[in-house]
Ligand binder design. Structure first.
Ligand code: APR
Ligand code: ZN
Length: 235
């Protein structure tokens, strides 16, 4: 989608390693002292099979060809995530299908948050046809239970979570297309890695209030997607 080739993207985040350590590449499980064990398509002519790179911030080392193969298997958005420590290079985006995210404040308190009102988020995603970033491109996907309503306390921390969720929505990270672990249905829209509370006054599903750790958990899950407070300032 972007102008850069997979090799250019990957190399942007790497330093060259001249003397590879006596360790295995955790992508292909072969020694970093020998060639990449990756045998699939898409890496011919990319570096030499023996080339090893070190990710600039976290320092983890891999065969360059293995990283390019990993990048090719993802959604090729110009970002790279270290498979060992999950550090994100560039801006991670996801494969959330088109739809809309809306929110408003309702004049009721959530269990556990008696002193403030409540933010209700409404996600609307219609069914559609899977794109190249989805498990079965060209095949339809279903979308169950939309609009999905979610709740946050309208407190300082709840509003911060909302700001970061808006960034996550723009980066297509809140939903994906796959197999629902609740229903077993495949080729359907599912929640992706960032937990939401979909119950208001009860907790029958375990996705309701009270849950004192919820906001901190969500902030941690957003951080794992590369989203922190700095991302939410200029909108
Ligand atoms: N509310 C919020 N989160 C949920 C719910 C729920 N009712 N059910 C599952 N999750 C969380 C799971 O804990 C998991 O982390 O979503 C993640 C993916 O679970 P799946 O079951 O694969 O997701 P999905 O099929 O999208 O959700 C099932 O959630 O909002 C409802 O209407 C939706 O009934 C559907 C249910
Ligand atoms: Zn390797």
């Amino acid at each position: 989608r972007k102008g850069k080739s997979p090799e250019e993207v990957v190399k942007k985040y790497l330093q060259k390693v001249r003397n590879p350590p006596e360790e295995d590449c955790t992508i292909c499980m072969e020694s970093l002292g020998g060639p990449s064990g990756y045998k699939g398509p898409g890496v011919a002519g990319v570096a030499r099979a023996e080339s090893v790179g070190r990710l600039t911030r976290c320092g983890h080392q891999y065969h360059v060809q293995c990283l390019v193969a990993m990048y090719n298997n993802g959604n090729r958005d110009g970002s790279l995530q270290c498979p060992t420590c999950k550090s994100i290079y560039g801006v991670k985006t996801g494969s959330q299908p088109p739809g809309k995210m809306e929110y408003h404040v309702i004049p009721h308190s959530l269990p556990g948050h008696p002193d403030c009102r409540t933010i209700r988020i409404i996600y609307t995603i219609p069914p559609g046809i899977q794109g190249p970033e989805h498990p079965n491109p060209g095949k339809p996907f279903t979308a169950r239970g939309f609009p999905r309503h979610c709740y946050l306390p309208d407190s300082e921390k709840g509003r911060k979570v909302l700001r970061l969720l808006l960034v996550a929505w723009d980066r297509r990270l809140l939903f994906s297309v796959g197999t629902s672990s609740t229903t077993g249905e495949s080729d359907t829209v599912i929640w992706n890695e960032v937990h939401h509370k979909t119950e208001f006054g009860s907790n029958l599903t375990g996705h309701g209030y009270p849950d004192p750790g919820h906001l901190d958990n969500v902030l941690e899950e957003l951080r794992a997607q590369g989203i922190t407070e700095e991302d939410s300032l200029p909108r």
